[in-house]
Structure formats: C-alpha cells, structure tokens
Ligand binder design. Sequence first.
Ligand SMILES: C[S@@+](CC[C@H](N)C(=O)[O-])C[C@H]1O[C@@H](n2cnc3c(N)ncnc32)[C@H](O)[C@@H]1O
Length: 360
Amino acid sequence: MTSESRLTSLQTNEILNSAGGVVRSCTENATAGVENGVFYHDPVMLHGCLQGLRLESDSELNKSGEILADGTFADCTLGGGGHSYAIATRLSAAGTLHAFDRDDDAVKFATKRLANVAPKFVVHPVPFAELGNEISADTLDGVLYDLGISSHQVDDSARGFTFVGNNPLDLRMDRREDVSAQEWLRTVSADDLAAALRKNADMDRAFKLATRIVEIAAATAKEGREILPSDIKDAVEAVFPDKRRDANSLMARVFQAVRMEVNGELRQIEVSIRSAVDCLKVGGRLVVMSYHSVEDRCVKDVCAEFEKACICPEHLPVCMCGGNHQRLKKVNRKPILPTEQEIAINSRARSAKLRVYERV
Ligand SMILES: C[S@@+](CC[C@H](N)C(=O)[O-])C[C@H]1O[C@@H](n2cnc3c(N)ncnc32)[C@H](O)[C@@H]1O
C-alpha cells in the first residue's frame, strides 16, 4: 500500500469540492447514514461499540469511565461511516481515526460524510487484512470491526449481492477484484463448492446442491448468458423440494457461502485480527461485531489463541514457554446482544453479537 492510496482529511475536502461540494455540520443526526438524501447504512449497536472503545462511559464495557478523546482508532469496516462518524465526533483535534474499506462506493460516501470532522481522518481504501502494513505496532487505542456487508451493498441490486430482483451474481465487495461470483461458480468443483456451503453456511445436502449449481453454471455459459438468482433458486428448489423449508433462507445461505469465498472473508478476519493485536497499545481495545455463527466462531477462535498464557504443545507435561504469552483478555464474558428496541428499529441488528477484548 503506497501513501498515494491514503486519503487524508485535506484530500477528502478536495474530493468533496470536485464532487460539487457538500459541506455539512457535524451533528449526531449524521450517524443515521443519510448523505444528500441517500440512505447508506444504519450503524448497529453504536453505543456498545463506543463504550467498548472507551469513547463513551456509563457501562460494563467502560467501568473506569475514561474517555480517550485524544486517542488513535481504526474502523476497519467504514461502510456508510456511521460508526466512524460517531467515533470522530467524540475525538478531539488531537485524535486520529483511520478507516478501512475495500468497497469504492463506501469510501466515496463516507469520505464525504466525514469531511469536516475535528480529528485527523485517514482513509485506507484497501482490504482490512492490510491493517498491519498500514498502521505501526503499538499505536492504536482501539480497533473496530462491523463485519459483513452494508445495507447499501444489498440494496443496490446492480451490485449483484441480492437475490431480490434478478441481477447477475457478482458479490464482490471490491469490484477491482478479478473474480466475481459467477466466474467463481464456473471454475469451482462440486466438491469445493459443497465444502464452502458447509463451512460458510452450515448447509445440509451440500454436495447435491453444489453439483446442481455447478451444472447450471456450465449450462448458462454454454447458452452465453449470465448466472441469475433465478438459476440458483431452481437449484435450491430441486434439492429442497419440501415446501416447509424456507426458500428465501436457503437462498440467503447459498449467497452468504459464495460471497464469503469470493471475498476471502474468513481469511481476511483472521489475518486482520492478528495484526490488530500487534497494532494495539497495551490497554487498547478490540471491538468486533459479527452477524452469523461462522464469522463469530472465526473471531472467537483467533482471539482465543491470544488469550492463552502458555503456548506449549499440549503433550508437554510442564510449561516450557515461560507462560507469559497472553496478549488479549475478554472485557465481556458473553457476547453483548442488541436490545429488542434496537431490533425493532433496525432489523439488521437482529443477529449481531458484540465481543470486546483488551490488549494486555
Ligand atoms: C456492515 S458494513 C459497515 C457499516 C458501518 N459500520 C456503518 O456504520 O456504516 C461492512 C463494511 O465493511 C466492508 N468490508 C467487509 N470486509 C472487508 C474487508 N476484508 N476489508 C475492507 N473492508 C471490508 C464492506 O465493504 C462494508 O462496507
């Protein structure tokens, strides 16, 4: 990553001006995810995240009540900038916010939205697995991950993330990447697709479904046309003819499994969290929100490695490593869930789980 691909607050203002110049005041309302009348994404569990990062007090997550207004933070999933905006408005001019997103739409939208915030704001338009190459070790007070995709990515049917409507499957967060979902489905074997369906979406009848999808992908290529959600639906209905199985939920799981492969999502999480542990100062916070069990398991497993004091192989009868390797401790024993009230307002919150760790 070169310094040219980083956008500072100054460049942010230049983009704004060349785009017709929208100068907005920094009001809390801006966290609602609307810019120029365009809705992007409602931030989930906003206050829990801010408390976890020690940018708000009065909670189990910030018992000391300390507010790190001059701190340095990274939002690894900028999206519509909802969390970033709220972080930025709690930081002083001495603070710094780094923000990552691999989706160009998100970078453009959120860059405009955060143009006039007080702290230094640096956008890194790259995958968050690059965190360790972009940020120096022992410098961050907090890192935030709001995993998955934004409402905008789903709502914009031309992005090919949704099976509502019938746009060709794409599912790439970064459209500069070579391989879209349909290209991947035309090259993957039934075995590998079945493994992805099981691993990323806990699907049963995975091999049968994978075989059917691979056949359909080949047939559409022969016909010289794109793979459409209706093709995937045909495969799902053929393999799950039982009307009691909810076709939409099956489709959502197939899309999730394919999306996670196309974007290398679990690998990104693993690499990035490892780097986050290095980038955090002692006492710094790692705040992660996940939306399904596969993501959550990945977060838990990577963090569990850093919670161990002893890293000796299990067969050793006595500890030989010194027993001082612990680098993370849990701040909340059990993941924090959204309130019923938040779910009623923002249905995207319904499956969210918030985990907070502290660097030791
Ligand atoms: C759930 S949205 C974040 C929404 C944001 N917190 C807000 O309040 O508007 C997730 C965002 O993370 C981005 N993202 C997901 N995985 C990524 C990765 N590996 N590297 C960089 N960005 C990623 C997606 O493109 C998407 O914009």
